[in-house]
Ligand binder design. Structure first.
Ligand code: ZN
Ligand code: ZN
Length: 595
């Protein structure tokens, strides 16, 4: 699965320098292709999260084998390219320049139709010269781009402009980083990621199932997977329950009118699942917020009740295109660990601080706090894009920043990145192999309280509008579980491991004693398994290792004689002999501390 790209703080994508370098390399790729295949038609070539691509219409298809030759040509041209010179051209001149290339002509029509400037960018001289229709955004001097910092990766089919009715083009992907070191590090990370792929581990460890009969994007939790999921969900509730949150429950669908009032009907459009019952129309819920608004609305709250906090891990449904679905990370049934707070503007800061503390505790437990960062998304200059008064915005942005400071968050401001309905904090965490994931979020909302006309009575006896804070700690339980499977590479800590301890008697005459140990563990709620099959010891131990079970206890003559247990840990190896009491204390402690 692909994590959040490396971000810079004023745009949602990669650092500007790297983006320029990647996009410039797309030009170089097109130049090399045209050198080798003069009849190929270049179309579009943007920068992407790990490099760049360019789509071509080749009269005769190329294969992956041709990439080496193209890459070699790129590297040959590279030193002769210095700066990119840009020039605005007239519509007529642009069309003339790209005669015979219907793709570029279509783009020119489009740019012209929007009344935008048409610009061409050229690099290289004479034989290596290449000019492309482009908005700009290139490196200052191409010859400074290290030749070993990029490589062509693969080819794929891609419809012109992503539309299935259009012609299928050939997309050439390139990897590109600031240096060769970064490129190598990325390739190693990809290799490691493949080994940890949650779809592969999900099968091996029997965690979840995607059934063709049920449908793609609708994963089913196997008993093993459900243990992990429930442990995460219970832990999330543990972190909230003594902080003034109340559990609520809402159905999976509602009348269309709810989503018309909330605005989600028009916002989600084709992503909504429609349900018909008799002659009534419903939607499967794409969000829990509107439901929670109605729970709040059915109370006569006064300022003394504020803040009001609801918590509900709830499944929402969104239609994602079949081609986009993948494992647990892109699904159609998404369970958010959702919560909504209703508070006064003056209470935002304190409430956000509490949520930040929950997030910190949760991700410390998950061992993901190293290298995390937070984006504080605020309004931009064009205030018409945003809903709500200046005063409320300033207070809310100030409150978010104040909580970020008070909690020593490593935060950056993303100007003009707020949602139209309010400012927010988004949390990015790095997994064990350095991939970045956007997971937790805290969002202020001035819109929904308005749309649902929510109010509480203030000190003066007047109706006052609350602010809503949406918050999710794990994001979605499905995606989070996918991330955790890959983060731990299936080696879950004891508190999450589906089977925590495997008890292996050496021979069948050790079974009785093993059974006693097994029962002692089960009595304490430890998820133990007894492997008393009449099989080879080596095979049993291997099975336990393959299932990544944290502890194994082997029981033979020696153990029965000494009345001690020999314990082996998945990660630390043999940890010596212990009495049964000591063993129980060790396990229970580790589970309780989630270490
Ligand atoms: Zn360009
Ligand atoms: Zn919400």
């Amino acid at each position: 699965m692909s994590p959040t790209p490396q971000t810079c703080y004023n745009c949602s994508h990669m650092s500007h320098d790297l983006e320029k370098q990647r996009h410039s390399l797309a030009h170089l790729l097109a130049a090399a292709v045209l050198k080798l295949y003069p009849d190929a038609l270049p179309t579009l070539g943007p920068a992407v999260d790990n490099g760049f691509y360019y789509d071509f219409d080749f009269p005769t298809p190329i294969t992956e084998k041709d990439l080496a030759k193209i890459e070699k040509e790129m590297k040959k041209i590279l030193p002769s390219w210095k700066e990119f010179s840009g020039a605005e051209v007239s519509y007529v001149d642009a069309k003339e320049k790209f005669t015979g290339n219907p793709y570029k002509l279509e783009l020119i029509e489009e740019i012209n139709g929007k009344g935008e400037k048409i610009t061409l960018y050229t690099s290289g001289k004479e034989k290596t010269q290449f000019t492309d229709l482009c908005r700009g955004g290139h490196v200052d001097d191409m010859s400074t781009v290290p030749a070993d910092s990029f490589k062509l990766e693969r080819i794929a089919g891609a419809y012109w402009r992503g539309k299935e009715t259009n012609k299928m083009l050939t997309r050439i992907y390139g990897l590109a980083f600031a240096s060769q070191t970064d490129l190598t590090a990325y390739e190693l990370q990809q290799e490691e990621a493949k080994k940890r792929d949650h779809r592969k581990l999900g099968k091996e460890l029997k965690l979840f199932t995607i059934s063709e009969l049920v449908g793609s994007g609708l994963p089913l939790m196997q008993p093993n997977g459900m243990i992990i999921r429930k442990a995460i969900e219970d832990y999330l509730w543990d972190l909230h329950k003594d902080k003034g949150y109340s559990r609520v429950w809402t159905p999976h669908m509602a009348k269309e009118s709810l989503y018309e009032t909330s605005g989600h009907a028009s916002k989600f459009g084709d992503e909504l699942f429609r349900v018909t019952g008799g002659d009534e129309q419903f939607f499967l819920k794409p969000m829990n917020c509107p439901h929670h608004m109605q729970i709040f609305a059915d109370n006569q709250f006064s300022y003394r009740h504020m803040p009001v906090r609801y918590f509900e891990p709830a499944t929402v449904y969104r239609y994602e295109k079949a081609g986009q679905l993948s494992g647990l990370t892109r699904v159609r049934a998404i369970t958010q660990d959702d919560g909504h707070l209703f508070c006064r503007v003056s209470q935002i800061s304190a409430e956000v601080s509490t949520i930040v503390q929950i997030i910190k505790e949760f991700y410390t437990t998950m061992n993901m706090m190293e290298g995390y960062w937070v984006r504080l998304s605020t309004r931009g200059d064009d205030k018409t894009k945003y809903l709500g008064s200046d005063e409320v915005w300033e207070k809310a942005e100030g409150a978010l920043e104040q909580s970020a400071k008070e909690n020593n968050l490593n935060y950056k401001i993303g100007r003009d990145e707020a949602a139209f309905y309010g400012p927010k904090l988004d949390f990015m965490f790095k997994d064990a192999i350095g991939r970045e994931w956007q997971l937790a979020t805290i969002q202020c909302d001035f819109n929904l309280p308005e749309r649902f006309d929510l109010s509480f009575t203030n000190e003066k006896g007047e109706a006052e509008r609350p602010v809503v804070i949406h918050r999710a700690i794990s994001g979605s339980l499905e995606r989070f579980m996918g991330v955790m499977i890959e983060h731990y590479a299936g080696n879950f800590p004891l508190w999450l491991a589906p089977t925590q301890v495997k008890i292996i008697p050496v021979r069948t005459h050790h079974n009785d004693y093993a059974q006693k140990v097994f029962e002692a563990l089960r009595e304490q709620g430890i998820r133990a398994e007894l492997d008393d099959a009449d099989e080879n010891l080596g095979k049993k131990v291997r099975d336990a290792k393959n299932m990544r079970i944290p502890y194994t206890i082997i029981i033979g003559d020696k153990e029965i004689e000494s009345n001690n247990l020999t314990i082996e840990n998945r990660d630390k190896g043999k940890i010596g002999e212990k009495t049964i009491e000591e063993t129980l204390a060790l396990f229970l402690d580790e589970i309780k501390n989630k270490s």
